[in-house]
Design a protein around this ligand. Structure first.
Ligand SMILES: *Cc1c(COP(=O)(O)O)cnc(C)c1O
Length: 436
């Protein structure tokens, strides 16, 4: 099938995500026929450097030989089996390994990030009921938070564009000031600002802890609302406050987990353990839909009972899918065998020096970096900046999707120095062409 025919059929048959479909009257879809490492390629051989890891899921490149081999092997044994009443080796091994990595356990599986959010919210709510505190039903999240777009997850998400239309469907939740250091007062350090925000959280919990079940937070980086980074001191204070006021801390590491912030999980940098951790995106190396929630023994114990209804009666058809778990195991093997966290640290140092021209650019503000994520804000009044940048990047063979005025790089970890330089050079050229 040639490109044109594929595009025509896609527009007729597929409803694409996060898109006003009419925009494709002027913005062409990009057909992809094959992947190779950090590259995506169409039928006619045009290539795109995947600077966003295909929406933050890909870690070790497209068509990774090691993940492919693991999946081929798994296909010859078991593709999927119902996980209620049954179990299998990949799901057991994955649960054990994630437990060893997070210090939590009892992995409960879903297929997408949003379903992990739903699971954590429901578990927290149900826990308080089971322990005789049914009044603890409220959830709090941060301003500019993103936890997914199903109805429950959207209730704790704070993005007007995604949320306002559905407001009548959503359950009330409360938002705390975001510790995003760009919002700090002039001269205020990231840490001081984080602690100031934690002060508001403290005041809220002091008043409302009796009706609050959980605080859900994206640790270190609020990715979806423009790679907003905060100081780990915020998480430390939040952990202490949740302990003091008997409120669960839910760490949504769906985007930041699996090495994105420079440690396996972002919570490690604050040296805290949440009550629930939500994982997805990179968990399968970007191969298959899989999400999971791990929690504490105390939470698990509150559900363990003779009464059926005190159990967690939640399920998804593909819970613990064997192929997805096997892809996740192959992904974890790569982390261990290649000492990925240490290797990324070296890589990031080289990349950081490649970024110097961006840092020095007069139209760029708030250049920021943590782990394997770089972001900066472009000073422009053009409301179409993101779309124009995206299109100009595609023309240069780069896949970059700014969020508002924020341009970011979140590439697969296998990106080479030369390829990273292409992202940087391309971005500089595009910014200079787009800005007056
Ligand atoms: C992407 C994301 C989600 C939702 O995951 P989906 O798989 O898209 O449903 C939730 N939380 C965070 C922090 C995310 O980045």
């Amino acid at each position: 099938m040639n490109n044109d025919e594929l595009l025509r059929r896609s527009l007729a048959a597929v409803w694409h995500p996060c898109t006003q479909m009419k925009s494709h009257e002027t913005l062409p879809l990009i057909p992809i026929a094959r992947g190779d490492g950090v590259w995506l390629e169409d039928q006619e051989g045009k290539r795109y450097l995947d600077g966003v890891s295909s929406w933050w899921v890909n870690l070790f490149g497209h068509r990774n030989p090691r993940i492919n081999a693991a999946l081929r092997d798994q296909l010859d044994q078991l593709e999927h089996v119902i996980l209620a009443g049954f179990t299998h080796e990949p799901v057991v091994e994955l649960s054990e390994r994630l437990s060893a990595l997070t210090g939590l356990g009892h992995a409960f599986y879903g297929s997408d990030g949003a379903s992990a959010t739903e699971i954590a919210l429901k578990m927290s709510f149900h826990y308080w009921r089971n322990v005789g505190q049914p009044g603890k039903t409220g959830f709090i999240s941060l301003q500019n938070s993103y936890h997914g777009e199903t109805v429950g997850a959207l209730s704790v998400t704070d993005v007007a564009l995604f949320k306002d239309t559905y407001a009548p469907l959503l359950r009330q939740s409360t938002q705390m000031p975001s510790p995003d250091w760009r919002l700090a007062a002039p001269g205020e350090s990231a840490e001081a600002y984080a602690l100031r925000c934690a002060g508001t959280l403290e005041a809220y919990l002091e008043q409302h802890h009796a009706e609050t079940a959980a605080f859900i937070v994206e640790p270190l980086i609020q990715c979806a609302t423009g790679m907003a980074m905060h100081h780990p001191a915020y998480l430390q204070r939040a952990r202490a406050l949740c302990d003091r006021y008997d409120v669960h801390l839910i760490a949504d590491e769906i985007a930041v987990g699996f090495g994105r912030t420079g440690t396996m999980f972002a919570c490690e940098q604050a040296d805290i353990r949440p009550d629930f951790i939500c994982l997805s995106k990179g968990i399968t190396g970007g191969y298959l839909p899989l999400s999971t929630v791990l929690t504490t023994d105390a939470v698990y114990a509150a559900f363990y009972d003779d009464a059926v209804t005190r159990g967690f009666l939640h399920s998804h058809s593909y819970t613990g899918n064997a192929l997805a778990c096997r892809a996740a195991l192959a992904t974890l093997d790569i982390f261990t065998n290649d000492d990925v966290i240490a290797a990324n640290r070296t890589r990031a140092t080289v990349f950081e020096s490649l970024m110097e021209p961006l840092q020095a650019h007069p139209a760029i503000r708030h250049f920021r970096h943590r782990g394997m994520i770089w972001a900066f804000d472009v000073q422009t009044a053009d409301p179409a900046f993101a779309r124009n940048f995206y299109q100009a990047a595609l023309q240069r063979g780069l896949l970059l999707r700014p969020i508002g005025n924020t341009v970011y790089f979140m590439p697969p970890y296998v990106i080479s120095d030369e390829e990273m330089a292409q992202l940087v050079q391309g971005s500089l050229t595009i910014i200079d062409t787009l800005l007056p």
